[in-house]
Design a protein around this ligand. Structure first.
Ligand SMILES: *Cc1c(COP(=O)(O)O)cnc(C)c1O
Length: 441
């Protein structure tokens, strides 16, 4: 057999070849089914049952949302609005296609929601397609401040042919440099300004950004991918009432829904253009099988229990940050209460950098990722931080008392130099001791 990606980095090539060697002489349908079943079972055990997942960009949907996520419907094509759909016989599914955008728009304090895109990257691309022309400038957060690939030239913004400039950022204040912003915008005349990032410890001053954006006639996009679940409950900030023109987000991070991307706005003119960019621009058939789950996850976020979930996520983040600080870690935002969201960031420069620290923790059964930190050097040279999200462990029933234990285990692995294999049984025992409870029930 051929090599999958001879152009990949050495670590990836090694792993791809190692796995290929184990599977390539078992390619009949029964053997493949067995191999796949075994891999999924082992994954479920390692990650879901025994792992402590602190990865910020994931979640477990509620049991009600998960039960409504219908793979049999996902495998079926569906194209066009209810009432003028290309296929016939799908009219009962119209209910899902109507519920999901109505609920999402209301929950995010908008009027129009485009829910058909498969990811937030595609949602951002649809916005670029709808609201900018090739050659236009888009101003985004720097990568070291969590600016996402889909905002940058090598990602979706580049695919639309946009010129990307980094917004002025104050690394000390962990936010946009508002003093420099008006002059910057006058100099670069961007068509779009994108705020929101993959690390969101503190809210943006959206109204203040909007005032500067209005002076140059640009459109303000708030990428709420990570914080959408908190935004939906009103806990973190409300970008549309605070006057962002457009909000985009991932539905599977703090939001706790199926995979997907949404775009929400109050402006009918923008909504129409974004809708046409999504369909028939970027999509032909789209996945209706996840829209029921999206509707349920959205409705749950609108209840008092949804609000309590968001409050627990943020409370857990604050408690975890304090515990990590007390354990000897350099936690970002120490002077400002560490975090106002479900995110926590740790400076891992003293533990070999973010990637190496994440790998050591993974060997102990604690899963998270590296992240660039504001003020660090180029992210291509390595990520200085560790990013933590509390949205999954909170749903699984972890509280501050459990997270203090996790902080101590992380100290053993990263600061005391204990072999991760020695710590893993304690991680598994802690994970198993926290009864899995669905916090939206
Ligand atoms: C995760 C993320 C995305 C991309 O989300 P996908 O749904 O995985 O495409 C976009 N923007 C930001 C800020 C993100 O953190």
């Amino acid at each position: 057999m051929t090599e999958i990606a001879p152009w990949a980095a050495p670590a990836a090539r090694r792993r791809l070849q190692e796995v290929a060697a184990a599977v390539t002489n078992r390619t009949g349908p029964t053997e493949v089914a067995e191999t796949v079943r075994a891999a999924l079972a082992a994954h479920r055990r390692q990650f879901d049952d025994e792992g402590i997942v602190l990865y910020a960009g994931t979640n477990v949907p509620s049991s009600a949302a998960l039960a409504a996520y219908d793979p049999a419907v996902s495998t079926r094509p569906s194209m066009g609005w209810p009432g003028e759909k290309y296929q016939t016989g799908l009219d009962h599914l119209d209910t899902l296609e109507v519920l999901a955008p109505l609920l999402v728009a209301e929950r995010m304090a908008g009027r129009f929601a485009e829910v058909r895109l498969p990811s937030a990257t595609m949602a951002n691309l649809a916005v670029y397609r709808a609201l900018a022309e090739p050659g236009d400038t888009v101003a985004v957060l720097p990568e070291a401040a969590g600016g996402h690939a889909s905002h940058h030239a090598y990602g979706a913004a580049g695919i639309r042919g946009l010129r990307v400039v980094d917004l002025p950022y104050d690394a000390g204040a962990l936010g946009i440099d508002h003093a420099a912003l008006p002059g910057f915008l006058r100099a670069h005349r961007p068509r779009l300004v994108v705020v929101g990032a993959s690390l969101m410890l503190f809210p943006h001053d959206v109204a203040r950004v909007r005032a500067a954006v209005d002076e140059v006639g640009a459109t303000l996009v708030y990428d709420a991918s990570h914080v959408a679940g908190l935004v939906a409950t009103g806990l973190f900030q409300r970008p549309l009432p605070e006057r962002a023109h457009v909000v985009t987000f991932s539905t599977y991070k703090s939001y706790g829904g199926p995979p997907g991307g949404c775009v929400v706005t109050r402006d009918e003119r923008l909504a129409e253009r974004i809708s046409l960019a999504a369909y028939p621009g970027m999509l032909a058939n789209y996945d209706v099988g996840r829209l029921g789950a999206l509707a349920i996850a959205t409705a749950e976020l609108g209840t008092p229990a949804g609000r309590r979930y968001a409050e627990r996520c943020a409370g857990n983040a604050r408690a975890f940050a304090e515990a990590l600080h007390d354990a000897g870690f350099a936690v970002t935002g120490a002077g400002r209460g560490f975090t106002r969201s479900h995110h926590v960031a740790v400076d891992a420069a003293g533990c070999g950098g973010g990637e190496a620290a994440a790998a050591r923790l993974a060997a102990a059964g604690i899963y998270l990722s590296a992240i660039g930190l504001p003020g660090q050097g180029p992210v291509a040279e390595g990520l200085r931080g560790l990013r933590i999200g509390t949205q999954e462990v909170t749903r699984r029933g972890f509280g501050a008392e459990h997270l203090r234990v996790v902080a101590a285990l992380m100290r053993h692995v990263l600061l005391d130099g204990t072999d991760p294999a020695e710590i893993r049984p304690e991680v598994v025992a802690l994970r198993r001791s926290v009864s899995e409870k669905d916090s939206t029930d």
